[in-house]
Design a protein around this ligand. Structure first.
Ligand SMILES: [Ca+2]
Length: 490
């Protein structure tokens, strides 16, 4: 049984999912001074875009669930800076990650392609010679370079640890962070590959880098190092177009932020939920500091900001630092079923925000579907850059949908997922899952599961038996999609 006491009020979440959420939200969120109001019309915006290339800032959290922000209905702790970011622009209720796991999600974010097409279908191992996303994949950093952009990554890479797979080899001019899936927050050592496994990452290794140089900052809390480096990057690049990718290592384990964050959330009664809250508080504070720096540098109205999480909340025992082997219930997927690793909505429906004061209307709620691979073509177009002509880009430009309420690019076309033996497709209100997995301490799910997401966003009722023709049609679609994606050789 899931610990329901750790989940926020589900009815409140369901209300937030609706189109009337803006009004409900308005009473919850503080409006910071950077939430600029603007009377700019679409035409003047377009003129402005032609003159000035916008900057791009991606804030990407790790294993943060739909229910782990107060602007998404969390009642037991608050995320004032993320709430302010939401109030300053658009908050999505139906945004998806391309995967329920780290590496695959990040590959789609950076390439605009399904993870399988980008050669990153799952989780890459940690290790200084670990393989990663193929070098010939074209990242957002690479495609923006000819348009005059400088690109920085501060935080987690997780697309390969070997020298040929690192961020500088994939277009990033300025990198500070780590290559593996996680690090200890203070020693910056990767501990998680030990235990006799063969191959790379077998022993603990130090994993903190500035570009290709290993650097040591023993004892320094990693999230605060990310904040420091992000602010440095903004200052150094304030006078030129930039793409800054801030990839937080939290609330992914190890769940071990400094004492002051725990003190900040001491009111949270459930100890596991308090752990999640302390980790999210560290991220929220960092977001606030980066936003304050953007404001100080007068860059807010020139910067398009995208915030999302890479996958749903983790139930892994590693989150609990008590050697109990219990599954962690601190993260919340809100009203959705499942967590990280599953293709049920809890693994892939993400808290997601987009803000660009003066260009994207403030206080907006977007119920139309978006998916993380859409960011690549969206930003490429805004930058006046050119999409790669020699390959399939699966994502679609969502900017007209976000900024002007135009019909979304996925209204009539299906979106697919694969993770291990699981498959899923969403077309319109329907979602079909094949071989879906749930957490080991939950009853196994039906092998074929059809949900009507409009009536049942929590995927509680399996409609497969009542709709055999639809199941067959969607199963064929999944098969056709799988054949269309050429597996990449590592
Ligand atoms: Ca993750």
């Amino acid at each position: 049984m899931r610990d329901k006491s750790s989940n926020p009020d589900r009815r409140a979440f369901l209300r937030l999912l609706g189109g009337s959420a803006a009004a409900a939200l308005a009473g919850q969120v503080a409006t910071l001074s950077y939430a600029a109001q603007s009377g700019a019309t679409p035409d003047t915006q377009a003129d402005s875009l032609r003159r000035d290339k916008p900057n791009f800032l991606i804030l990407y959290t790790d294993d943060q669930g739909f229910g782990d922000l107060s602007c998404y209905g969390a009642r037991d702790f608050r995320t004032p800076n993320l709430d302010a970011l939401a109030a300053s622009g658009a908050r999505f209720t139906s945004w998806y990650s391309n995967a329920p796991v780290c590496s695959a999600s990040r590959a789609s974010l950076l390439t605009g392609r399904y993870p399988q097409r980008a050669g990153a279908p799952g989780i890459f191992a940690g290790g200084r010679t670990a393989t990663g996303m193929p070098r010939d994949e074209i990242t957002l950093a690479e495609v923006l370079k000819p348009a005059g952009y400088r690109s920085g990554l501060m935080g987690k890479w997780h697309l390969g640890g070997g020298p040929e797979f690192r961020p500088n080899q994939q277009g990033f001019d300025d990198f500070f962070g780590f290559h593996s899936g996680c690090i200890d927050n203070y020693s910056h050592i990767y501990y998680w590959g030990q235990g006799g496994a063969k191959g790379v990452g077998r022993f603990p290794f130090h994993d903190l880098w500035r570009n290709d140089q290993e650097v040591w900052e023993n004892g320094q809390f990693f999230t605060e190092l990310v904040t420091r480096e992000a602010r440095r990057f903004l200052g150094e690049n304030k006078s030129r177009p930039f793409f800054l990718y801030v990839a937080y290592n939290l609330p992914h384990y190890p769940t071990h932020p400094p004492a002051r964050y725990w003190e900040h959330v001491a009111h949270v009664e459930d100890p596991q939920r308090r752990t999640q809250a302390a980790c999210v508080a560290a991220v929220d504070e960092s977001v606030g500091e980066i936003m304050a720096e953007l404001k100080r540098l007068a860059l807010l109205e020139r910067t398009c900001i995208f915030f999302s999480s890479d996958n749903g909340p983790s139930r892994e025992q590693r989150n609990l630092l008590d050697d109990s082997g219990r599954y962690y219930s601190g993260g919340s997927a809100g009203p959705f079923r499942g967590h990280k690793f599953t293709l049920f909505e809890g693994g892939i429906r993400m808290p997601t925000l987009m803000s660009w004061p003066g260009t994207i209307p403030s206080g907006k709620v977007v119920d139309q579907v978006g998916v993380t691979m859409d960011i690549f073509p969206t930003f490429v177009k805004l930058a006046g850059a050119t999409l790669p002509a020699d390959r399939v880009v699966d994502g679609r430009d969502v900017f007209p949908m976000v900024a002007r309420g135009a019909a979304g690019p996925h209204a009539d076309s299906p979106i697919f997922w694969a993770n291990g033996g699981q498959r899923a497709v969403r077309r319109g209100k329907w979602k079909l899952l094949l071989n879906p997995n749930l957490d080991p301490d939950e009853p196994p799910a039906d092998k074929i599961f059809l949900a009507d997401l409009e009536k049942d966003p929590g995927e509680r009722t399996n409609l497969a038996d009542k709709n055999p023709d639809l199941v067959k049609e969607l199963t064929v679609l999944i098969g056709t999609w799988e054949k269309s994606i050429e597996p990449k050789k590592q």
